[in-house]
Design a protein around this ligand. Structure first.
Ligand SMILES: Cc1ncc(C[n+]2csc(CCOP(=O)(O)OP(=O)(O)O)c2C)c(N)n1
Ligand SMILES: [Mg+2]
Length: 1013
C-alpha cells in the first residue's frame, strides 16, 4: 500500500532525470512536502502540451517512480515512453503506441507515422490524466458536495471554486460520455479498486461518489505526509469498508436510545429548567462511546475530556456513567451543599470515574474537567492535565492517556484559544500526542447564523493549521458517525496527531429549553419541526433490515425509561449535595479520607548549609563534558560561584535553591513561559547551549542528585491564555509538583485573564478543587513606559476573598488557617531568601492554593537585593512581613512615621531615608505577603510604634497597585484609630508614564511625600 512512498524516498537522486521530462515545473524532491494544486489549476488548459502542466507532472511523476521500481508496474505505453525519454527523445516524441492500442506494431525508433502516434499519445495521456485529476478532485473536494447537513440548508461558501465532479461533469476534464465505459488503470493514490487495478470510468466515479460524497466528507488532502494521506484514503475508499455486524448495529441502537430518551425524560421532568439538551445531535453519545471503546482497545487507559454545555448532562449520564440520581438531584434547588464554596451549575461540573469498558474488557478512567461558562477556555486545561498524567505515568508517547475535546460550532470558530491550543499540540513540552476533537455543529450559535459567526467555510477550518484531518459527518446517520469516530480513534492512536470529527446536526430546541428560536431562525426551525428524530429513523431502518424487531426496540426504550424513573425516585431521597463527588482530579493520598489536610502545621522551609552549597555549585557549573558555553555566560556562572563562596544568593540563585532542593526531595518542578529557560532578563540560564554543536543543551538542574525528580523548564509558544491554561491543567494532576508559569512581563497576564478569573481565583470555590499553580509576574515601575511596568496587582488583590473590614481571630495557627481559607496567595518579595521560602512553602503546605508572585526586574541585579545563606538555613522561614531592622526600631517610641510598603520601593525608600538622615525617625516595614493579609504582624508593628503616623507608600498610581487593598486592612487592624496616609503616584489611566524624566520626577515627588514629616 505504501509502495509509492518508499519508492519516492529511494529516488531522491532521480529528481533530476524526472525534471528533464517535465521541464516546465520542478518535481518534488525527497523530503519536500507533497502539495496539491488548487482546482482551478487542475482544470487549466492542457491544450498546449499535456505533459507540461502541473497536474500531469504529478501523474507522470508517479508513473515514472513506479516504472523505475519495476517497468511492469506501468502500462506498456508508459514503459515505452519512459524508455524513450530516458534515451533522450523529447517528451512530445517519446511516446510510441504499443501494438494493442492502435493495432499497429511500432517498435522504438521505427515510427511509421509520427503524427498519428503523437495524436494517440495525446489522447491516451490526456484521458489518463483526466481520470487521475477526477480522482484527485473527489479526494480534495468531495466533501463540498457530500450530503452533510440533515436539514439540507447549509450553504457553505467555497468561493469561486465549485467541485465539478460526477458523471455529468466528465467533459470538464476533457472526457466524453463515451469514455465512461473505457477501462482506466487506477493510480496508486486511490483504493477504490479494492483488489482491482483498473476499472471502467463509470465505476470509478460511482465508487468515488460513495467514498466522498455521501454522509461523510473528508478533508485531508492538505496533509503533507503521503503515508498519512494513503492511510485515510484507504479508510474511506476501500469498497464496502463501512460495514457493521448486526450486533454492532444493535449496540449502536441501544446507545441512541439512551441518548435520546435521557433528553426526553429530562424534558418531561424539568420542562422549564435549563439543561442545554442534545436534541438534534443525539448521535454524539454513540460517537464518544465509540471513540472511547476504540481507544481502550488500542491501549488507552485514561481519557481526559473537556466539553461545553451542550449535552453535558447526557455525557455525564451515558458516557461517563455518573449515577443518574446524582445528576437528577442537581435539579433540586432546595438541596444544600455539604461542602463549602459557591458550587456551580450542573452543566459545568467535572467528573472522574474509573470503570470497565465492556468492548475492550479493560479498565478505563474517564474524567471530565469542570469548566466555566467561557467557551473553549477548558481546552488548554485539559491538554495540561493530560500532559501531566502522561508525564507522571511515564507515557512518553501518549499511548495510555489521551485527551478528547468537544466543541460547539460557533465557539470552535470564534474563540482564539482554540487556535492557541492547536499550536501547543506538537510542541515537545506541551504535546499530548494527539487530541480527538468532536464538534457539535448544530449550525447555530445561540441566535447567530454561521454566515455571521465565521469567515471560513467550515467551523473546523482552524484545525487545518496543524494539518489535522477533518471528518465531517451527517449526524442523522449514526452508522456514518460511528465509522468516522472509529477512524478518528485509530488515526490518533496510530499517528498521534490531532483529528477533528465534525458532527453536522441541528438544534431541535432553542439555545436552551426555555428559549424561543423562531424569533431569529424562523425558516430553519420550520424545517426542524418537520425533521423526524434520528432515533426514530434509525430504529425504522434496523427494523426494516430485520436487525431488531419492533417489539424488542420498544422493550429497550421502556427499559431505559424505567432506569430513569427509578433513579428519579431515588434522587428524591437525596438530602444533600456533595460537590466533592464531582471532582475531576481527586488527590486521594494527599488528603485524609474525608478530604481534609493531613495536618495544619507550618512547614519548615529552610535547608542545610550543605544543600545550599551543593545546589549553588551546580548552579555555577556546566555538568556535561566537552561542552562550550558562551563567554558571557561563563562570567555569570563565575559570579554565581563567587556568591556561593560568600554564602550569598541573588534572585536567580535563590530560585535555584528552591527548585533544586524540591527536586532533590522528589518534587517535580515545571517552569513554563515565554523565554523562561534563559529568563526574559537573562538572569536565569537554566538551559545551557553548546556554542559549537547545534541543539546540544545541558540543564544543570537535572544534575543535583541521582534520585532527584526531573526538572522541566520550557520556552512556551507566544501565548498566555493557552499556556497558563495548560499549566493550570498540569498542576491539577498531582499535588506533588511545583508548576510555575512565568509571564514575560507581568502585564501580559491580562491576555490570560479568563484563566485567572474563571479558574485560578475561583476554581476551588466553584469546584472544591485545589490547585497550587504559581504565577511569576515581573512587576516594577522602572521608567520603561506604560507597558511592562505593572503586573496589575490591584486586579489580583481585588479578587482576594478575605474581608477588609473584619479583624480576624488571632489563634495559634492563624497564619495557616488564613492560608487555608483564602482563594489565593499574593506576595511581592523584596529579597531572594523570601522568594526561596515562599516557593518551598508552596509545596510543603498540607493543602494547595494558587500563588501569585510579583517578581522583580531591576532587583535581579540590585546589589542590596541579595540574601545571606543564613536566611535560608533550617529554622528560617517565609516572612509575611519584614519589620524595620534599622535605628528606628532601636528606639520605637521616638519614631515619627511608619511607612508600610511592599517590594521594590523598599530600596528607594531606605536610600532616601538615609540621604535625609531620617533613619531613626522613620520605620519602613515591608508587607511581603499581601494576601492573606498579615493582620497579626501589622498589628504588632502599629503597636510597636505608638507615636508614629502611618503611611502606605507605593510607586504605582493611587488607583492601581496595592493601596486600595492594604489601606482598609491597616485601618481595620488599628480599629480606625489613626489615619493611613498615602505616598505614591496620583491616580492615572495608564500604569506608567512613557517619559523617563517624568518617571523620575514622579518618583522624587512620592519620596518627598513619604519623608515630609
Ligand atoms: C467566551 C464566551 N462568550 C460567550 C458566551 C455566551 N454563549 C453561551 S453559548 C453561546 C453559543 C454557543 O454556540 P456554539 O458554540 O455553536 O454551541 P451550541 O450552543 O450551539 O451548542 C454563547 C454565545 C460564552 N458562554 N462564552
Ligand atoms: Mg452551535
Amino acid at each position: 500500500m505504501y509502495g509509492l512512498r518508499t519508492t519516492v524516498a529511494r529516488l531522491g537522486s532521480t529528481a533530476q532525470a524526472v525534471q528533464s521530462i517535465t521541464h516546465s515545473r520542478p518535481l518534488r524532491v525527497r523530503g519536500a512536502p507533497r502539495t496539491f494544486e488548487p482546482m482551478r489549476r487542475l482544470f487549466g488548459s492542457v491544450s498546449s502540451e499535456p505533459f507540461l502542466n502541473a497536474t500531469s507532472s504529478n501523474y507522470v511523476e508517479e508513473m515514472y517512480y513506479a516504472w523505475l521500481e519495476n517497468p511492469k508496474n506501468v502500462h506498456k505505453s508508459w514503459d515505452v515512453f519512459f524508455r524513450n525519454a530516458n534515451a533522450g527523445v523529447p517528451p512530445g516524441l517519446a511516446y510510441q503506441s504499443p501494438l494493442h492500442l492502435n493495432g499497429m506494431s511500432q517498435g522504438a525508433g521505427s515510427a511509421p507515422s509520427l503524427l498519428e502516434a503523437q495524436a494517440n499519445t495525446k489522447k491516451l495521456v490526456a484521458d489518463h490524466l483526466a481520470v487521475h485529476t477526477l480522482i484527485r478532485a473527489y479526494q480534495v473536494r468531495g466533501h463540498h458536495i457530500a450530503k452533510l447537513d440533515p436539514l439540507g440548508i447549509s450553504c457553505v461558501d467555497f468561493d469561486d471554486a465549485p467541485c465539478a465532479v460526477g458523471f455529468q461533469n466528465v467533459g470538464f476534464y476533457g472526457l466524453a460520455e463515451s469514455d465512461l465505459d473505457k477501462v482506466f488503470r487506477l493510480p496508486t493514490t486511490t483504493f477504490i479498486g479494492g483488489g482491482e487495478s483498473a476499472l471502467p470510468l463509470r465505476e470509478i466515479i460511482r465508487r468515488l461518489e460513495l467514498a466522498y460524497c455521501q454522509h461523510i466528507g473528508v478533508e485531508f488532502m492538505f496533509i503533507n505526509d503521503v503515508e498519512q494521506c494513503q492511510w485515510i484514503r484507504q479508510k474511506f475508499e476501500t469498497p464496502d469498508i463501512m460495514r457493521f455486524s448486526d450486533a454492532e448495529k444493535r449496540t449502536l441502537l441501544g446507545r441512541m436510545i439512551r441518548s435520546t430518551r435521557f433528553e426526553e425524560f429530562s424534558q418531561r421532568k424539568w420542562s422549564s429548567e435549563k439543561r442545554f439538551g442534545l436534541e438534534g445531535c443525539e448521535s454524539l453519545i454513540p460517537a464518544l462511546k465509540t471513540i472511547i471503546d476504540m481507544s481502550s482497545q488500542r491501549g488507552v487507559e485514561s481519557v481526559i475530556m473537556g466539553m461545553p454545555h451542550r449535552g453535558r448532562l447526557n455525557v455525564l449520564a451515558n458516557v461517563i456513567r455518573k449515577e443518574l440520581e446524582q445528576i437528577f438531584c442537581q435539579f433540586d434547588s432546595k438541596l444544600e451543599a455539604a461542602d463549602e464554596g459557591s458550587g456551580d451549575v450542573k452543566y459545568h461540573l467535572g467528573m472522574y470515574h474509573k470503570r470497565m469498558n465492556r468492548v475492550s474488557d479493560k479498565y478505563i478512567t474517564l474524567s471530565l474537567v469542570a469548566n466555566p461558562s467561557h467557551l473553549e477556555a477548558v481546552d488548554p486545561v485539559v491538554q495540561g492535565k493530560t500532559k501531566a498524567e502522561q508525564f507522571y505515568s511515564g507515557d512518553t508517547e501518549g499511548k495510555r492517556v489521551m485527551s478528547l475535546l468537544l466543541h460547539g460550532d460557533a465557539a470552535f470558530a470564534g474563540q482564539g484559544i482554540v487556535y492557541e491550543t492547536f499550536h501547543l499540540s506538537d510542541l515537545p513540552s506541551y504535546t499530548t500526542h494527539g487530541t480527538i476533537h468532536v464538534v457539535v455543529n448544530n449550525q447555530i450559535g445561540f441566535t447567530t447564523d454561521p454566515r455571521m459567526a465565521r469567515s471560513s467555510p467550515y467551523p473546523t477550518d482552524v484545525a487545518r493549521v496543524v494539518n489535522a484531518p477533518i471528518f465531517h459527518v451527517n449526524a442523522d446517520d449514526p452508522e456514518a458517525v460511528i465509522y468516522v469516530c472509529k477512524v478518528a480513534a485509530e488515526w490518533r492512536n496510530t499517528f498521534h496527531k490531532d483529528v477533528v470529527v465534525d458532527l453536522v446536526c441541528y438544534r431541535r430546541n432553542g439555545h436552551n429549553e426555555i428559549d424561543e428560536p423562531m424569533f431569529t431562525q424562523p425558516l430553519m426551525y420550520k424545517r426542524i419541526k418537520n425533521q423526524k428524530g434520528v432515533l426514530q429513523k434509525f430504529a425504522q431502518k434496523l427494523i426494516g433490515q430485520g436487525v431488531v424487531s419492533a417489539q424488542k426496540y420498544e422493550e429497550e426504550v421502556a427499559k431505559y425509561d424505567k432506569i430513569c424513573e427509578d433513579a428519579y425516585a431515588r434522587a428524591k431521597d437525596e438530602k444533600i449535595l456533595h460537590p466533592k463527588h464531582w471532582l475531576d482530579s481527586p488527590w486521594p493520598d494527599f488528603f485524609t479520607l474525608d478530604g481534609q489536610p493531613k495536618n495544619m502545621s507550618r512547614p519548615h522551609t529552610g535547608i542545610t548549609e550543605e544543600e545550599l552549597q551543593h545546589i549553588g555549585n551546580i548552579a555555577a557549573s556546566v555538568p556535561e563534558k566537552d561542552f562550550t558555553i558562551h563567554g558571557g555566560l561563563s562570567r555569570i556562572l563565575k559570579g554565581r560561584a563567587n556568591m556561593v563562596n560568600q554564602r550569598l544568593c541573588d534572585w536567580a540563585l535563590g530560585e535555584y535553591m528552591a527548585f533544586g532542593s524540591l527536586l532533590k526531595d522528589g518534587i517535580h518542578v515545571r517552569l513554563s513561559g515565554q523565554d523562561a529557560e534563559r529568563g526574559t532578563f537573562s538572569h536565569r540560564h537554566h538551559v545551557l547551549h553548546d556554542q559549537n554543536v547545534d541543539k546540544r543543551i545541558c540543564i544543570p538542574m537535572n544534575y543535583i542528585s541521582a534520585n532527584q525528580a526531573p526538572y522541566t523548564v520550557c520556552n512556551s509558544s507566544l501565548s498566555e491564555y493557552g499556556v497558563l491554561g495548560f499549566e493550570l491543567g498540569f498542576a491539577m494532576a498531582s499535588p506533588n509538583a511545583l508548576i510555575l508559569w512565568e509571564a514575560q512581563f507581568g502585564d501580559f497576564n491580562n491576555t490570560a485573564q479568563c484563566i485567572i478569573d474563571q479558574f485560578i481565583s475561583s476554581g476551588q470555590a466553584k469546584w472544591v478543587r485545589q490547585n497550587g499553580i504559581v504565577l511569576l509576574l515581573p512587576h516594577g515601575m522602572e521608567g520603561m513606559g506604560p507597558e511592562h511596568s505593572s503586573a496589575r496587582p490591584e486586579r489580583f488583590l481585588q479578587m482576594c476573598n478575605d474581608d477588609r473590614d473584619v479583624f480576624p481571630k488571632l489563634t495559634e495557627d492563624f497564619s495557616m488557617r488564613q492560608l487555608y481559607d483564602c482563594n489565593w496567595i499574593v506576595v511581592y518579595c523584596s529579597n531572594p531568601a523570601n522568594y526561596f521560602h515562599v516557593l518551598r512553602r508552596q509545596i510543603l503546605l498540607p493543602f494547595r492554593k494558587p500563588l501569585i508572585v510579583f517578581t522583580p526586574k531591576s532587583l535581579l541585579r540590585h546589589l542590596e537585593a541579595k540574601s545571606s545563606f543564613d536566611d535560608m538555613l533550617p529554622g528560617t522561614g517565609f516572612k509575611r512581613l519584614i519589620p524595620d531592622n534599622g535605628p528606628a526600631s532601636a528606639n520605637p517610641k521616638h519614631v515619627r512615621r511608619v511607612i508600610f510598603c511592599t517590594g521594590k520601593v523598599y530600596y528607594e525608600l531606605t536610600r532616601e531615608r538615609t540621604n535625609r538622615g531620617l533613619d531613626s525617625d522613620v520605620a519602613v516595614v515591608r508587607i511581603e505577603q499581601l494576601s492573606p493579609f498579615p493582620f497579626d504582624l501589622v498589628k504588632n508593628e502599629t503597636e510597636r510604634f505608638p507615636n508614629a503616623d502611618l503611611m502606605w507608600c507605593q510607586e504605582e498610581h493611587k488607583n492601581q497597585g496595592f493601596y486600595d487593598y492594604v489601606k482598609p486592612r491597616i485601618r481595620t487592624t488599628i480599629n480606625r484609630s489613626r489615619p493611613v496616609w498615602y505616598a505614591g503616584r496620583e491616580s492615572a489611566a495608564a500604569p506608567a508614564t512613557g517619559n523617563k524624566k517624568t518617571h523620575l520626577m514622579e518618583l522624587q515627588r512620592l519620596l518627598d511625600t513619604a519623608f515630609e514629616l
